[in-house]
Ligand binder design. Sequence first.
Ligand code: ATP
Length: 418
Amino acid sequence: MATAAINSLLNYKTEKYIDTKNKAVGVLHRLFQLSVIGYIIGWVFIVKQGYQEIDDAIQSSVITKVKGTAVTNTSESGLLVWGPEEYVIPPQGEDVLFVVTSFLETPNQKMGYCAESHKVLNGHCSVDEDCKKGKMVESGHGVMSGKCIRNNEKSNGTCEIFGWCPTEKNIKPQKPLLKNAENFTIYIKNFIQFPKFSFSKSNILKTTDQSYLKKCRYDEKQYPYCPIFRLGDITRRAGCNFQDMATLGGAIGIVIQWDCDLDKGTSHCNPEYQFTRLDATVSNKSIATGFNFRHARYFKNAAGESYRSLYKVYGIRFHILVYGKAGKFAIVPLVVNIGSGLAVMGAGTFFCDIVLLYLTTGKKSYKDQKFEVLKYEKQHTSVFIVVYYLLLIKRSYIIHYYLTIEVIQFLQISVRKK
Ligand SMILES: Nc1ncnc2c1ncn2[C@@H]1O[C@H](COP(=O)(O)OP(=O)(O)OP(=O)(O)O)[C@@H](O)[C@H]1O
């Protein structure tokens, strides 16, 4: 038995084929093989470039610069000229930047006593007892002095507070004040790297024309590689009207997509821009409409007293998001994809066997010729079953697999000998 097992282990065995002479199943088999070859060549290699190694861990740096001026003239602030230093917050040129399009200024606030704003619910009162001295007004602007300030005896008033006075007026902008904001331009400098392929590039066109950046404005058709965008064009491409958005504010996403086939060369690796309104789910009537925040500018008068001007600013927040992947030819994905394609081809034989053995007229004769029923000695079976389970318990699946094949072949040899 041992010699037979060793022989069985060392001998080369080849698969045996049965020529069924069944044309219909033969055509079916070829069609299946053609579909698999079509899938591998068309989808896996041409569409999905399955012969490439992919790096989707893009590393990126973004810096922005906005240019343009706007003029405002309000009763509180008078005539003002706004430059990027005033309307871009923060001014450092980050990848998330806020451009002011409207504002409400409360100028010359000074530390002192004044009536709390009517906007603050917890600051309302009808008698002095409603304003507990020393208590902070919740969501308010200062600490209560203990007095209730009313315009007349009958009406309700608001508590007197100690804080920055006068408090802000309760007004919402009806239209954007920085009307020219639509014509501001934003320069987006983006540097990317695909570390797996030691490849780096920027979104700025390589040109010797020094004035290119001063003249060009991004346009999908004419200037697809110009990194300077007009704000009005960005909102238009995102499907919204700049002036509508500018009144109460909003958020816009500028997506820079890098999909690079490095086999085609560096010049084919270029960014594609997409624009989307990020707060688009919020309708105009929603309580969550708009985008604003407050900041203050502090100063002292000639007498050394501290003052501040409080600004509630409305505007558009731009988020620059960079995504991308690069692919380059590599032998490993090529072999893996061919291998998995060939494995799928094996399913064709299985499928055709099912058709042949269960759906054709001559299924009985096919079955008789395809399957050989083996007869073997019982004691062999029991020994092999014991070994089999011992290996299974020890989780030696590979040894178990090969042993099972060898056992079956050994039994076949035994049968043949008989
Ligand atoms: N938002 C923008 N709109 C239009 N042109 C711009 C904008 N930002 C930069 N540029 C122009 O692009 C070129 C390169 O800008 P970069 O910031 O690298 O150089 P710079 O000389 O420091 O720019 P500048 O001093 O004009 O702000 C400059 O000619 C600059 O004027």
